[in-house]
Design a protein around this ligand. Structure first.
Ligand code: HEM
Length: 450
């Protein structure tokens, strides 16, 4: 009996790990990040969010924030010419104009291109009678093919697709601290793009050297675009997997765009892709009750903003976006009046893909649901480090999902345990390494203004 007690206690402790360990490890990681980076930022209260974001003096992007060193580290190579990081000026203007030019296409053409690449990738996905997959992994090839074709104007060869997926996966895994970054893996895509630069049919920013043009394409289209779209679709399909009523309605009404848009909007509200965006003030800002000094790092929390002012804010409820009874117009007027800015603030470098992204998400959702029924018992959080595990069965299959979902729930909880420990180790390493390399500080020390 005396020998059995410690064994029983140890078993109970081990068995309860998934319940308490991941949360504590995440809290420890946050503390370590704050210790290494210091608390330089000023969190912007929700009520000042729009006003401050839109202020002309809140436009500094990188220079002067220790936080920038970490983002430059994660988004390397070429963070100094990444559109998100460039300071205002002629180089930024030229880069932003090129991005708009590459993204703009007649809507029908964008839809047809998306349908073609989604069908190509999803038709390759073997699920047999049913298969567990991770949504982010299966979505990445779609966006790799799509953005390759937008940039190069021709279908994506398998070699390029593998390099783009390898690169985007490396960036997003490092961002979520589940792996350290692998610069050799990223360099393979850089070399490929360098070889193919002359084949790009668009005029590229003339103020950038050929090597910088390569970095620009790699950063904006084969990193940000592929990562953001894969994450957005992983969230959306995960929501659909966990809301059978929503899935049923979408499948029964595949051309009800208004409903699908409400589901997409509510998904972006509940799981905004950006956590905290930062800006550095370039001049003093006077508010009614306080003054913010030039050089302050402003921290804009999208999750806090998207939660404030909504009833049951953590709940996914697409009916929030239904137009008021009697209003024949779609919900757009309502969006301006609530705390919802999934693509950022128009006056301050909003997302250049804000027109294209929802159109393409709609097409991919339809192509996906036409082929597969999707369900999941895994955890769904904003950072989605589990990459959206779901069980897929061919649409129309009558196979029971109960056993597989029970297994998935247990597997997901245990993965959370080892993942949280890996994140602690890799996250701490990367924060320290970024602090040591100081990519942003070193760049501005050598280049001055832009
Ligand atoms: C659903 C998908 C997407 C969401 C929700 C999203 C969201 C956002 C948000 C909130 C910002 C502003 C961040 C800030 O203020 O600091 C932003 C900026 C940006 N996004 Fe997106 N994005 C998405 C897809 C894309 C795609 C497909 C591209 C591909 C080109 C892209 C490229 C960029 C760039 C380059 C910026 C920086 C803009 C600038 O500083 O001029 N995004 N995005």
């Amino acid at each position: 009996m005396r020998r059995l007690l410690p064994a029983a206690l140890a078993a109970a402790l081990v068995g309860s790990l998934p319940k308490w360990l991941p949360g504590r490890v995440v809290a420890l990681r946050v503390t370590i990040f704050a210790m290494v980076n210091g608390d330089e930022g000023l969190p912007v209260p929700v009520e000042d969010f729009r006003r401050l974001y839109a202020d002309p003096a809140a436009m500094g992007r990188s220079k002067g924030a220790a936080l920038s060193d970490l983002f430059w580290y994660w988004l390397a190579p070429g963070p100094e010419v990444h559109q998100e990081h460039l300071e205002a000026g002629p180089r930024y203007d030229e880069v932003a104009k090129t991005t708009r030019h590459i993204l703009v296409k007649p809507r029908a053409e964008s839809e047809e291109l998306t349908r073609r690449v989604a069908a190509h990738v999803l038709d390759e996905l073997e699920v047999g009678e049913g298969r567990l997959i991770r949504l982010r992994d299966e979505m990445m090839p779609i966006w790799a093919e799509l953005y390759y074709e937008l940039v190069f104007g021709e279908p994506c060869p398998p070699e390029a697709r593998d390099l783009i997926v390898g690169h985007a996966d490396d960036v997003v895994s490092a961002l979520k601290c589940v792996r350290p970054r692998n610069m050799r893996r990223r360099a393979k895509l850089t070399q490929y793009l360098r070889r193919r630069l002359a084949d790009v049919p668009h005029a590229l920013p003339s103020r950038l050297s050929p090597q910088e043009q390569v970095f620009y394409l790699q950063g904006t289209f084969f990193n940000t675009a592929v990562v953001q779209m894969s994450e957005a679709m992983a969230h959306l399909l995960m929501i659909i997997a966990q809301h059978p009523d929503v899935q049923r309605r979408l499948v029964e009404n595949p051309y009800d765009d208004a409903y699908l848009d409400r589901v997409i909007d509510e998904g972006l509200r509940t799981y905004p892709l950006f956590g905290i965006a930062h800006r550095i003030t370039t001049a003093d800002i006077e508010l009614d009750d306080k003054k913010i000094d030039a050089g302050t790092v402003l921290l804009f929390s999208y999750p806090d903003f998207h939660h404030a002012g909504f009833e049951r804010p953590e709940e996914f409820d697409p009916s929030r976006w239904e137009p008021p009874t009697g209003c024949p117009v779609h919900a757009a007027p309502l969006k301006k009046d609530v705390n919802f800015l999934p693509f950022g603030v128009t006056q301050n470098r909003a997302c250049p893909a804000r027109g294209l992204a929802p159109i393409t998400m709609r097409v991919v959702t339809r192509e996906f649901l036409r082929r597969f029924a999707v369900s999941s018992s895994a955890a769904h959080t904003r950072s989605i480090p589990n990459r959206g595990p779901v069980f897929l069965t061919p649409r129309g299959s009558t196979r029971s999902t109960r056993g597989t979902l029970a297994y998935l729930a247990v597997r997901d909880r245990w993965e959370d345990v080892w993942r949280s420990l890996a994140q602690l180790v890799f996250g701490t390493y990367m924060v320290l390494d970024a602090r040591r390399k100081r990519l942003c500080v070193a760049y501005f020390a050598n280049h001055g203004g832009e």
